[in-house]
Design a protein. Structure first.
Length: 390
C-alpha cells in the first residue's frame, strides 16, 4: 500500500514540473517574438528610407531630426525622390536645394538638376564623391578625413558660403570629406565646406544625421545652410533616372592621359621591333653531322636506277651533267637552252650538230638496254674529254 502511494506522488510531481517547464518556454518564446516586433516597428522607417542623411530616415544615419526642426521653424520642406519629382518642384530665388545620397547622381541627372535649380538661392551637395566632382571640376580633389573623439573643426571662413555666415561655429563628426581649395572648416590645405561653380559642397554630411546633429555646433551649421530661405527642396536622387549614356564603362573609369600613353607605348614597341628585328644576311655554313663522298652518292643512285630499270631517268641525269660541264668549259651562261649548248659544242669540235644533239638532247630516244646505257655513258664521257682537250 505504501509503495503505491509513493509512486502516485512521484508521478504527480513530474507532471507538475513538466507544466512549469512548458510555461517557462512559452514565456521565453513570447518575449523573443515581442522583441522582434518592437525592433521591426522601431526600424521600419529607416528600412524604408535607408539612405544616409535621408529626411525621412529616423535611424542614426538619417536626417529626419533636421528636416522636422526646419519644418517647425516655418520652412516649407519639399522632398523629391526622383528627377521627375524634382522637376515638378517649384524652385526660385527664395528656395534652397539640398541633395543627399549624391552617389546616386549620374552625369545626366546632375546636369538636369543644375538646369532646373539654376534660379535657386543655393544648391547644397552632401558629400559628393569623386565621380560627381569630376563632372563639376576635374581639377577638384577630395580626401576622406577620419576625426577622433571630441575633435572639432572651427569655421574660420574667409567669406560667407553662398550668403550664409558660419563664423563662430564648429563641426564635430566621426568622418568627413575635405575638398581642395579655400572654404570653411579648413583641414590643412583643404576645406570641409566650400563653393565650386555655384554649388555648396558639404563634406561633413554626418553633421546632419540624427546620431551626430547634437555634437558641437552641427545643428546650427545644418540649420543655417538649409534654413536661410522660406522654402527647402530636399532632393534624394534615384539611380534609375540615369540615361543609357551614363553607363559605367572601362573608358569612363580610366584617366584621360591613358589614351595618349598607350599610343606612345605602342610607338615605342614598334621602334623596338624595328631595331631588334632579325635581318637577312649571308648564309652561314654549318658542319654536317655525316659527310658522304660524292662517288658513293653517285654509285648509290646508279644502283637505285639499275634496280628500278629506269634507264630514261639515268640517261637524263647523265645528259644534264654533261651539258652543264660543256657549257662551263665553253664559257656559256648558266641555264642556256640545250640547242645553244649543242651548236656551240659542235662548232668547237668541228663535228656534225646532229651527232652532238644525239648525245645531249633529252628529246632523243633513251637507251633500250643496260648495254646501250653503258655505251651512251661512255660516248658522253668521250665528248666531255674532247671538249676539255680542245
Amino acid at each position: 500500500m505504501t509503495t503505491t502511494t509513493t509512486t502516485t506522488t512521484t508521478t504527480t510531481a513530474t507532471a507538475r514540473s513538466r507544466v512549469r517547464v512548458s510555461r517557462g518556454q512559452l514565456a521565453i518564446t513570447a518575449a523573443v517574438v515581442l522583441a522582434i516586433v518592437v525592433a521591426v516597428w522601431t526600424t521600419r522607417g529607416s528600412e524604408q528610407y535607408p539612405g544616409d542623411a535621408d529626411p525621412r530616415n529616423p535611424g542614426p544615419d538619417g536626417a529626419q531630426a533636421v528636416a522636422k526642426v526646419l519644418a517647425d521653424q516655418g520652412v516649407d520642406v519639399t522632398i523629391a525622390r526622383s528627377a521627375d519629382a524634382f522637376d515638378a518642384a517649384q524652385v526660385d530665388g527664395h528656395t534652397t536645394v539640398v541633395v543627399s545620397s549624391t552617389e546616386q547622381l549620374a552625369a545626366s541627372t546632375l546636369r538636369r538638376m543644375r538646369e532646373h535649380a539654376s534660379a535657386a538661392a543655393r544648391i547644397v551637395l552632401v558629400e559628393p564623391d569623386f565621380a560627381i566632382l569630376n563632372q563639376i571640376d576635374p581639377d577638384l580633389g577630395l580626401l576622406t578625413v577620419a576625426a577622433g573623439k571630441d575633435d572639432s573643426v572651427a569655421a574660420r571662413c574667409p567669406d560667407p558660403i553662398a550668403g550664409v555666415d558660419l563664423d563662430g561655429l564648429r563641426i564635430e563628426v566621426d568622418r568627413a570629406t575635405s575638398y581642395t581649395g579655400e572654404g570653411c572648416f579648413p583641414v590643412e590645405d583643404r576645406s570641409l565646406v566650400r563653393t565650386v561653380d555655384g554649388l555648396v559642397l558639404l563634406g561633413a554630411g554626418q553633421a546632419l544625421t540624427n546620431d551626430q546633429v547634437t555634437r558641437a555646433d552641427n545643428a546650427a551649421v545644418g540649420l543655417r545652410l538649409l534654413g536661410q530661405d522660406p522654402r527647402l527642396v530636399w532632393y534624394v536622387p534615384d539611380a534609375t533616372d540615369a540615361v543609357s549614356d551614363d553607363a559605367v564603362t572601362i573608358g569612363t573609369l580610366l584617366p584621360d592621359w591613358i589614351g595618349p600613353a598607350l599610343w606612345v607605348l605602342a610607338l615605342a614597341g614598334a621602334a623596338l621591333l624595328l631595331w631588334r628585328v632579325r635581318r637577312l644576311g649571308p648564309l652561314s655554313t654549318e658542319p654536317l653531322p655525316v659527310v658522304v663522298r660524292a662517288v658513293e652518292t653517285a654509285r648509290s643512285r646508279g644502283r637505285m636506277y639499275r634496280r628500278s630499270g629506269d634507264r630514261d631517268h639515268a640517261a637524263t641525269a647523265l645528259r644534264r651533267a654533261a651539258r652543264a660541264d660543256i657549257a662551263r668549259r665553253l664559257r656559256l651562261d648558266r641555264g642556256v637552252p640545250t640547242p645553244v649548248v649543242v651548236e656551240a659544242a659542235a662548232r668547237h669540235l668541228g663535228a656534225p650538230v646532229e651527232a652532238v644533239a644525239a648525245l645531249l638532247d633529252d628529246d632523243r630516244t633513251p637507251p633500250a638496254t643496260d648495254q646501250d646505257l653503258v655505251r651512251f655513258a661512255q660516248d658522253l664521257a668521250r665528248l666531255r674529254r674532247e671538249v676539255r682537250r680542245s
